[in-house]
Ligand binder design. Structure first.
Ligand SMILES: C[S@@+](CC[C@H](N)C(=O)[O-])C[C@H]1O[C@@H](n2cnc3c(N)ncnc32)[C@H](O)[C@@H]1O
Length: 297
């Protein structure tokens, strides 16, 4: 399946508020946004893209452009590569690429048999198959509730425990078939394993902590008037983004009159931007995308 970059024109229009400068695409994927940025920036500008996925890195290595570099690392390490106040624009297009689901070996898809892996960086950390064979029932249940909003979390986590009495999980379809078998809503419109697979993917890649860490670092490396664009696909991600850029009134002394504008370090210049009808027709996967844009004050 082709990978369609989500909110491509809209995000790059905001990111390139000026056409020369230093820009970062934190999530290269298959280079949809990266290519568009490279097309539009001036010759004295630079673009650095990140992706921790080795396949994404290999793909980006084919780009021959003196203004471009790819770094295979987490976007949670931005400060390792850039100094404070040095960057003009940072883009995050979070989550997975359709290419992750297409390649059964990567273990993201409940439709294709493959090793139960789900790691973006499959050279580090533990695959889902390892964790799910030792995790505690309660922990599994909490992850399904929290990251998947799965109302049958208790039934699914119990079934995983029962299955483990006689088997070890090895493949995607083993887990998907078990969920289909025990799922109480037989008329559910989506595949019964959809929410569980999403929850396990978010957990195994520590996606929410990575995002929180990255935003702290993005705040430091972005210049005054620099732009941060975030495209999220999950309400938990979007909530982290929204709250991060809110003025922090928690630690403000109670005896001093509150002036919100003084506490703000970012201005929100666009919120809750969603794909157009035309984009939705072309790419159904974009349906849950939501974009927010911030400018450093
Ligand atoms: C939605 S895709 C990006 C698609 C890309 N904008 C395009 O149009 O081709 C998200 C990418 O982010 C990568 N990714 C996810 N978490 C990451 C992290 N913490 N650090 C670096 N890359 C990450 C994934 O491997 C995936 O390739």
């Amino acid at each position: 399946m082709l990978h369609f970059p989500v909110l491509l024109e809209e995000s790059v229009d905001f990111l390139l508020h000026k056409h020369n400068g230093h820009f970062i695409d934190c999530t290269y994927g298959r280079g949809g946004h990266t290519s568009e940025i490279l097309k539009r920036i001036k010759s004295n500008s630079t673009l650095t893209s990140f992706d921790k996925d080795p396949d994404a890195y290999a793909h980006a290595k084919n780009i021959k452009n003196k203004n471009f570099q790819i770094i295979q690392d987490s976007f949670g390490n931005l400060e390792k590569y850039f100094s404070p106040n040095s960057i003009d624009g940072i883009l995050f297009d979070l989550g997975t690429c359709s290419t992750h689901f297409d390649n059964s070996i990567r273990g993201f898809s409940f439709m294709r048999e493959g090793p139960l892996d789900m790691r973006f960086d499959n050279k580090r950390g533990e695959p889902l198959s390892k964790w799910i064979n030792y995790a505690d029932e309660n922990e599994i249940k909490e992850i399904l509730y929290k990251y998947g909003d799965e109302k049958h979390a208790k039934i699914i986590s119990r079934a995983i425990m029962d299955y483990r009495k006689e088997h070890q999980f090895k493949t995607t379809t083993e887990l998907a078939n078990l969920i289909v078998e025990i799922y109480p809503d037989k008329n559910i419109k989506i595949h019964p394993a959809t929410k569980s697979f999403q929850a396990f993917r978010i957990y195994i890649n520590d996606e929410l902590n990575e995002l929180s860490n990255a935003l702290v670092q993005a705040e430091n490396i972005i210049k005054k008037d620099g732009i941060i664009v975030v495209i999220s696909f999950h309400s938990l991600e979007d909530g982290i983004v929204k709250n991060f850029f809110k003025p922090q009134i928690k630690n403000y002394p109670k005896d001093i009159p509150l002036n919100i504008s003084e506490l703000k370090s970012f201005e929100c210049i666009a919120k809750k931007i969603r794909p157009s009808k035309k984009e939705l027709e072309l790419n159904n996967r974009s349906r849950s995308a939501i974009m927010r844009v911030f400018r450093k004050l």
